[in-house]
Design a protein around this ligand. Structure first.
Ligand code: NAD
Ligand code: MG
Length: 380
C-alpha cells in the first residue's frame, strides 16, 4: 500500500525537489495530485510522468485532456480540491506566499499531514493553523530546513525541556557589504544566494533576512516556544541547520550539505527514517571550516521589523508578511530600490492597527489592508 501525496506548487523549487525525492521512493508514495500557478508546460510534463488522479492550475492551462482518472481543476479552488482529496494522506505545500494559507487550513481540517514549506501560512495565521490541526486531526511537519533540524533534535521532547532554539542564517549575498551599498543592490545581486538555489521571493527574503524573521514566527508556532527562546545566528556555510539547547545545558545540532531533499523526505516519513541515497552524504573534512557570527542588524532592518511584528501578535505578523510580499514583488519588477523593501514594511507596520487573528476573515482583511498600504507607499 502506497501513501497518496499531493504536491502543491509542483513547478517551483520545493515542488521539483519533492518530485525528485518521490521518484526515489515510489514503493512508499504515489503522487495523487499536482498543482501549479501558471507554468502549464512544466505541469503537463509532470502530469505525463506521474499520471496523478488530479491536476490543478490556478491561472491558465487547458481543461480538457485528462490524466489518470481525468481530474482537472482550474482557479484558486484547485488548491483546496487537491489538498482535501480522500486519496491524499500527505500534502506537500510548496506554494509561495499568502496564496498557500487556505490549502494549509483545509488540509489540516481534513486530517491530512501537511509537509509545510509555505511558512507564510504559519506567519499569517499561526493560531488558526495550529487550531485547524488540533480540531481536524491533521499534523504540520516542517519542510523548512532549520525547522526540520529542530524537529529532529527535539526527538519528541516537550517544549518544557527546551531552553532555546537557534536557527542558522547564511546571511545572504550582502553579509559583508556596507549598509549604503546594500540599499542600492540590483536584482541580480539580490538573487545570488551564496548557498541555496530557491525561488525568487525566498531568495530576496534571505538577502533582507526577512526569511529568518518569518522562520522565528514559524518556530514559535511549530514548537510552542516563546519568541525570546528563538535565537538566530549567521552561519555562512549553511551546514548546521539549527541548534536546540535543552534545560540541562546540553545542545544538539543537525548538520548536512545544503539540500532540501533531506528535510522533504523527513517531512514525509517523520518520525520514521527510510533509506535514501539521492543526496550527497555529509563529510566533515569536505565541509572544512564552520563559522558563526552575530546578526549585523544595521544590514538587515527588515529583520528587526519582523521580530517586532511577531511580538505585537494579533494580525501584525500577517501585515508584515503582506507588506513584504508586495515590496519584494515591486523590487523584482524593477520598480523600487532594495533599500526600500524595509522602508515599505516599516511604513505599513507604523500605520497598522493589530486586529483579531482568530478568524480567517480578520487575517485576510489585515493581509488586504497591508497590501493596499504597501502598494500606496511603493508607488508614491
Ligand atoms: P518557487 O517560486 O520556486 O515556487 C512556487 C510554487 O508555487 C510554484 O509551483 C508556483 O506555481 C506556485 N504558486 C505561486 N503563486 C501561486 C499562487 N498564487 N497560487 C497557487 N500556486 C502558486 O518558490 P519556492 O522556492 O519553491 O518556495 C515555496 C515555499 O517554500 C515558500 O513559502 C518558501 O518560503 C518555502 N521554502 C522554500 C525553500 C527552497 O529551498 N526553495 C526552502 C525553505 C522554504
Ligand atoms: Mg529555512
Amino acid at each position: 500500500m502506497t501513501t497518496g501525496v499531493a504536491v502543491l506548487g509542483s513547478t517551483g523549487s520545493i515542488g521539483c525537489s519533492a518530485l525528485q525525492v518521490l521518484a526515489r521512493q515510489r514503493e512508499r508514495f504515489r503522487v495523487v495530485a499536482l498543482t501549479a500557478h501558471s507554468n502549464a508546460g512544466l505541469l503537463e510534463q509532470q502530469a505525463a510522468e506521474w499520471r496523478p488522479e488530479y491536476v490543478g492550475i490556478v491561472n491558465g492551462g487547458s481543461t480538457n485532456g485528462g490524466t489518470g482518472d481525468g481530474g482537472r481543476g482550474k482557479g484558486t479552488a484547485c488548491l483546496v480540491e487537491a489538498a482535501t482529496r480522500p486519496d491524499v494522506a500527505i500534502v506537500i505545500n510548496g506554494i509561495v506566499g499568502a496564496a498557500g494559507l487556505e490549502a494549509t487550513l483545509a488540509a489540516l481540517c481534513a486530517g491530512k499531514r501537511v509537509a509545510l514549506a509555505n511558512k507564510e501560512s504559519l506567519v499569517m495565521a499561526g493560531e488558526l493553523v495550529t487550531q485547524a490541526a488540533r480540531q481536524g486531526g491533521g499534523e504540520i511537519v516542517p519542510v523548512d530546513s532549520e525547522h526540520s533540524a529542530v524537529l529532529q533534535c527535539l526527538a519528541g521532547r516537550p517544549p518544557t525541556d527546551v531552553a532555546s532554539l537557534t536557527l542558522t542564517a547564511s546571511g545572504g549575498p550582502f553579509r559583508t557589504w556596507t549598509p549604503e551599498r546594500v540599499a542600492d543592490a540590483t536584482i541580480e545581486e539580490a538573487l545570488q544566494h551564496p548557498t541555496w538555489r530557491m525561488g525568487r521571493k525566498i531568495t530576496v527574503d534571505s538577502a533582507t533576512l526577512v526569511n529568518k524573521a518569518l522562520e522565528v514566527i514559524e518556530a514559535h508556532y511549530l514548537f510552542g516556544v516563546d519568541y525570546e527562546q528563538v535565537k538566530v545566528v549567521v552561519h555562512p556555510q549553511s551546514l548546521v541547520h539549527a541548534f536546540v539547547e535543552f534545560v540541562d545545558g546540553s545542545v544538539l545540532a543537525q548538520v548536512g550539505f545544503p539540500t532540501m531533499e533531506v528535510p522533504i523526505l523527513y517531512a514525509l516519513t517523520h518520525p520514521e527514517r527510510v533509506r535514501d541515497h539521492g543526496t550527497r552524504r555529509f563529510d566533515p573534512v569536505a565541509a572544512e571550516t564552520l563559522t558563526f557570527e552575530p546578526v549585523r542588524h544595521e544590514l538587515y532592518p527588515a529583520y528587526r521589523l519582523g521580530r517586532a511584528a511577531a511580538l505585537a501578535r494579533g494580525t501584525v505578523p500577517a501585515a508584515f508578511n503582506a507588506a513584504n510580499e508586495v515590496a519584494v514583488q515591486r523590487f523584482l519588477d524593477g520598480k523600487i530600490r532594495f533599500g526600500q523593501i524595509a522602508h515599505i514594511i516599516d511604513a505599513v507596520l507604523t500605520a497598522t492597527q493589530s486586529g483579531d487573528a482568530e478568524s480567517l476573515d480578520g487575517v485576510l482583511a489585515a493581509d488586504a489592508e497591508a497590501r493596499r498600504m504597501a502598494w500606496e507607499v511603493a508607488c508614491s
